[in-house]
Each structure stands twice: as C-alpha cells, then as structure tokens.
Design a protein around this ligand. Sequence first.
Ligand code: FSX
Ligand code: SF4
Ligand code: F3S
Length: 378
Amino acid sequence: MYDDSAREDDAGLDVIERKLGMSRRNFLQFCTAMAATMGLPAGAEAAIAQAVATKERPSVIWLHFQECTGCTESLLRAEHPTIEKLILEVISLDYHESLFAAAGHQAEAARHAAMAKHKGKYLLVVEGAIPTKDGGIYCKIGGKTALELLKECAADAAAVVAIGSCASWGGMPSTKPNPTGSSGVAEVLGKPVVTIPGCPPNPYNFLSTVVHFLTFAKLPEVDHLGRPKFAYGRLVHENCERRAHYDAGRFAMEFGDDGHRKGYCLYKLGCKGPETYANCPSILFGDVGSGSWPVGTGHPCIGCTEKGIGFAKGIHELADVKTVVPPVSYPRIVEEQGKGADFASTATLVGIAGAAAGAGAVIARNLGKRDDPDQADE
Ligand code: FSX
Ligand code: SF4
Ligand code: F3S
C-alpha cells in the first residue's frame, strides 16, 4: 500500500512550488506521468510525490569518459522548462566534470569528500565508454585512467548506472576497429549494472530510474542487458506511428521519393525499429510534440539502444524482424480461456495475416524465430 498523505502534505508541496517554480498541480501531474511510465500501480504517484518532496536527495557522482556529452546535454537542455530543475531536485549532484564550477584539485577534492561522506550510499552514474587497450592510457582525468577512476568510484557505490550507449556497452567509440578497446561499464567491472542506452538516451528514462531509486530505495526491474523493463520492454516497431504503412506494405524506397514524402514505413531504408527495444515513439524527445523522434523526422531508427545493432550494423542494412507482435494499441488477439475470440480480435488476426503477406518474405522468414526470452514475457 502506498502512503496517500503526500496529497495533503502541503508543506512538502509548498517547498516544491518554491524551488521549482512549478505549481503543485503540475508537479502531481509529473509524478503521475512518472508512475505511469514505470508501469506502477495506482497510488504510486503519491509515494513518488512524497519521496521527491521530503526524502534526502541521493548523492550522485557522475563520471565522463569517451563520449560527446550528449547524455548530459539531453538531460539538461531539454525544452521542458522544469526537467533539469527536477533532476537537480531529485538528486544531489556532488561531482560532474562538465557542470562543476570547480576545476583541477578542487574538483578532485569534492569527489573524494562526497565519496567519503556518502560511502556505500551514493549513486555512481557513468557517461561514456572506457578504453581498455594499452592499460587504458587513451582517457586520463586528474592523472588517473578511466579504468582506475571507474573501479575506485564503483567500489563504494550503492548502485551503478551506465547512461548512454557508450557507457552501456561501448557505443560509438567501440565501432570497429575499436582502436582504443572501448568497453562498457558492466564489462569493465565484471558485474551487471543498470544501463540507460540511447545516443543520447531519453532523459525521462534516466529520471524515472532515479525517481524509482529515491521512492523505493531500489532500482527498477531490468532485462538481460541491464535496461529498465519499463523503458526497453517493447520494440520501437511495436509503437511506431508508421506501423500501419508497414502492415500494409507501403514503404519509402529512397530518401525523398514519393513514399518518403508521404510518411511511409522506413524499413527498406534500413530502419532498425523491428529489432530495437526502446520507448522512443511513445515518450518522444525534447517535449516539442508529435514527431520528435528519429522516425518521426523521416530518418530510419539506427538501433542506438541495442547492443550489436547501433554503431555495429550498417545504417541502411535491413533489420532482422524479431517479432510481428502488434502495437499495444491494437485489440488483443488472445482471449482468456472460455471467452473465445470476439469480432475485433478476429479482425486483428486477419489483419496480421495480411500484414505478413504485405510485408513480404522478410517477415515470413522470421516468423518462426524465437523472440528473446527476456523480452517474450513482456
Ligand atoms: Fe554522446 Fe553520451 Fe552518444 Fe555516448 O550519450 S550522445 S556519444 S551514447 O555517451 O554523450
Ligand atoms: Fe516504424 Fe521502422 Fe517499423 Fe517502419 S520499420 S513501422 S518506420 S519502426
Ligand atoms: Fe535510437 Fe532508434 Fe530511438 S535510433 S533514439 S532507438 S528510434
């Protein structure tokens, strides 16, 4: 049961109103959206509101290695006027090289002080890949290699979060021939960590993960790659707004052709949506409204959240269609025992058969393939 008292906790909400310049109504709406994003039961929004308003913010040590700082940029330069304030309200950012006013020895001293003060309790967030070749000499900060720094900071962390595809498995810096031996955090530490892949990742997925940690004192459930299931449990293809074109066999064949201009499916231009797990089409980027995600702007998904696809497979190579599971907005096709199939579900079934025929041999080739067991129970 969730404590409902946050609704009446005017003192806490007053503080939020003052600090964020955000009305309590908007704040509670935000908490409800967070709870819905994470698939939490009714009432969880009150627990989230209470935790954000009253709990001590977890100390966060944020490391930067081989990357472009796009993760930080996407987090703090979001169009939404309050997301960066919310992030800084939810966490206590005690060390962050790009945001720190301090530099040199002063910054190093701040990191040591935060690690000592919050020993065993701080959250370590890692942005960027870790070069492992030649003793890790290709990335050094304050005289230490990324390898040394990561191991030192991870030793006393309560949890480690790898933000972005680079930190998750190597991302762009690990593209073949990977001259510096770039690796992800889990590989270097030899233990699983929570990953928020994407290049850059969606800030809401990071924020929701941290809010979960703050509210429930544990990280959310993850898949076999360490990705929170609430964000990476479904294929991009399942919720894409162009899915009806795919199902009907209407494809853009070249950039700028008639199909492309009409907003047809980008599968034949190499869209990796059918083999990439992410919630991009559902939560979008930048808070600017519909269409603000790669496919929405007319570019195929490159599979940036998927190890072995983004920065590994050719951008215009065809995707391996993992499953023909229909979008979540479609009516169910499997009814509970004894109820039988109704008209709508039968119609959908027929629709799927039509889709397979329309999309051609590629789907037929993949129909018999088993989906990833980690994702199959979603
Ligand atoms: Fe850049 Fe982050 Fe890409 Fe990597 O995002 S947006 S190169 S995932 O580590 O800064
Ligand atoms: Fe959307 Fe790409 Fe799937 Fe086409 S192939 S429906 S563009 S995700
Ligand atoms: Fe990346 Fe594809 Fe989403 S390229 S941002 S996973 S649509």
